[in-house]
Write a protein that binds this ligand. Structure first.
Ligand code: NAP
Length: 543
């Protein structure tokens, strides 16, 4: 690990003015974008709402937070030196380690002098006279930039359901996605958690170990598989580092952008005994690789049910009280909502200080002064944790007043669901790029390689424009419509589009129901992006 001193703040001083490239967000996407723009010799600057870098890993600092993609792969690959010097110590790194890595990158590549923190961007308006983006921040900066790159993240706009009475509550309310920087202790407290998604499933065992009593308010049970996290064997790390490029190249051939073996076998064509052994071995190995036990789990309902039933059996075997086990058992498609990965989640419900409260039929009525009310009963609580997720993929973008040609707002353009060309650009919004935007594989893949691929595509594009004296690039409407249609068509081929998940916006009231990420897989998507370039930026208008 480098001994460069870690500076967790940003040092870019407030400066308004003319820029070549304005970047919104200092997560992994924004930081790499800045690095690449500097390499092109362009003036670029990041505007970041938080007080530090790291994006998701800056905000989601709830106890138990860790990445459920192996850190060896959930990391940048653009710098061989960085890959070699950084030491991941656990298979699935906890949030503080990933945040330390983000800070290391900011220092290692001297990025901070162009990162302006505590600066929320409020609006970005395309100026049709100057052909530039006029950007305004909450702190009063006015920036004019030739290009505007939204590196705002897919899961960064937290969702807090508007329960009645929230304001009257006397205790503290927390959201997993906006966890305080100061340590939060639940010792000797009665705590309530709303939600049982990935965040809650990681946090609940930790809260249970602290709280006097923990109430878990569950609307829909979720499938989770054990992480079996462990310290990384230094010999294994040495092996990876001796051919990191090989690992990265293999990963890029996989639909998930993650080096997981693709199984040649179908679950329905495998005998029950062999199927059980395969599931068991994946289970023992841990992590999201469970869904890679067979090749038909996400396309064939009968195959999917074999995996779902395997997990339900594990729940029945683990949870002592059969009634609680039943309540914790999902009955829908496994992997339709994102599979969760846990450490001792089911076991937690055997503890005497943990109570599961089913709010599926009797929704949470209100938050009272003293706690939470459901089914005519008040649960007195000293603190409430909202683990209620995010307005995914579109929320962070729509929170900014983005206006393209003719003053058209993004809100209007996306009324019926997000419309983009390749999740990268949009008709009527020239010189505006989105990193891992809706319509790209993003959240269905290992985010880091997906981010790098987008950043490099945008960098090549800007470089091409400079080399050819071009001022504006904009998706053409026909190409955008065709891409949106294609994204919807491939989504329909997968069981993933069949349930009420955040992938289709179902968790946000009033949000259009459209399967947002591109499910065709990383290699197919990269091939499409490369072909677009090879065919002279097919589907784009350049001038
Ligand atoms: P989530 O998966 O959307 O879960 C939100 C939970 O809150 C659900 O259980 C939901 O119930 C519940 N909920 C929402 N509104 C409610 C209401 N009004 N009443 C009762 N319950 C309500 O959010 P998340 O857990 O933050 O995870 C989001 C995504 O972030 C994950 O899918 C994953 O992609 C990512 N993530 C990754 C990691 C990791 O790498 N380890 C960790 C955390 C998160 P319903 O299901 O009934 O809507």
């Amino acid at each position: 690990m480098s001994n460069i001193q870690q500076n967790t703040a940003c040092s870019g001083e407030n400066s308004a003015g003319q820029l070549e490239v304005a970047i919104i967000g200092a997560g992994f996407a924004g930081m790499y974008m800045l690095y690449c723009m500097r390499k092109l010799g362009l003036s670029a600057r990041i505007y970041e709402a938080g007080s530090g870098v790291g994006g998701t890993w800056y905000w989601n600092r709830y106890p138990g937070a860790r990445c459920d993609v192996e850190s060896i792969q959930y990391s940048y690959q653009f710098s061989e030196e960085l890959q070699q010097e950084w030491e991941w110590t656990e298979k699935y790194s906890p949030q503080p380690d990933i945040l330390r890595y983000a800070n290391h990158v900011a220092d290692r590549f001297d990025l901070r002098r162009d990162i302006q923190c505590n600066t929320r961007v409020m609006s970005a308006v395309f100026n049709e006279d100057s052909h530039r983006w006029d950007i305004q921040t909450e702190t009063g900066d006015r920036i004019s930039a030739a290009f505007c790159v939204m590196a705002t993240g897919c899961l960064s706009s937290s969702n807090t359901p508007a329960f009645k009475g929230i304001r009257d509550y006397k205790g503290n309310i927390y959201h997993t996605g906006k966890w305080p920087h100061d340590e939060v202790s639940f010792n000797d407290m009665t705590v309530g958690v709303i939600g049982t998604g990935s965040s809650a499933i990681q946090a609940i065992p930790v809260f249970a170990s602290q709280a006097d009593h923990l109430f878990v308010f569950q609307r829909t049970p979720n499938y989770t598989v054990p992480a079996h996290n462990a310290a990384l064997d230094p010999e294994y790390v040495r092996d990876i580092k001796s051919d990191y490029a090989g690992l990265r190249a293999r990963a890029k051939t996989k639909p998930s952008g993650y080096d997981l073996p693709i199984p040649p076998l179908s679950a329905v064509e495998t005998s029950p005994e062999d199927r059980f052994q395969t599931f068991e071995s994946k289970w023992q190995n841990g992590g999201v690789g469970f869904m890679a036990a067979f090749n038909d789990l996400l396309v064939d309902a009968a195959a999917n049910e074999t995996a779902a039933e395997f997990v339900r059996k594990k729940i029945r075997e683990t949870v002592d009280d059969p009634k609680i086990a039943k309540l914790l058992s999902p009955d829908n498609v496994i992997g339709c909502k994102r599979l969760c990965v846990d450490t001792n989640y089911w076991e937690t419900f055997n503890l005497p200080n943990v109570t599961l409260v089913d709010v599926s039929r009797t929704p949470i009525e209100k938050i009272s002064q003293n706690g939470l009310c459901t089914n005519g009963q008040e649960y007195p609580l000293d603190a409430i944790v909202f683990a209620t997720g995010f307005d995914a993929m579109t929320g962070a973008l729509l929170n900014i007043d983005i206006r393209g040609r003719g003053g058209q707002t993004l809100q209007t353009k996306w009324e019926g669901g997000p419309k983009t060309y390749l999740g990268l650009a949009m008709a009527d919004f020239p010189n505006l790029f989105t990193i891992t935007g809706p319509g790209s594989p993003s959240v269905l893949t290992n985010m880091l390689p997906s981010i790098e691929q987008h950043v490099e595509w945008i960098t090549d594009c800007i470089s091409h424009m400079h080399a050819n004296g071009l001022e504006c690039i904009e998706a053409n409407r026909e190409a955008e419509n065709e891409w949106v249609e294609h994204v919807n068509q491939v989504a329909d081929l997968s069981l993933r589009s069949t349930c009420s998940s955040w992938y289709i916006g179902a968790n946000i009231e009033g949000k259009a129901r459209v399967f947002m990420p591109y499910i065709g897989g990383f290699p197919k998507y990269v091939e499409k992006c490369n072909n677009v370039v090879a065919n002279d930026y097919e589907g784009f208008i350049l001038n």
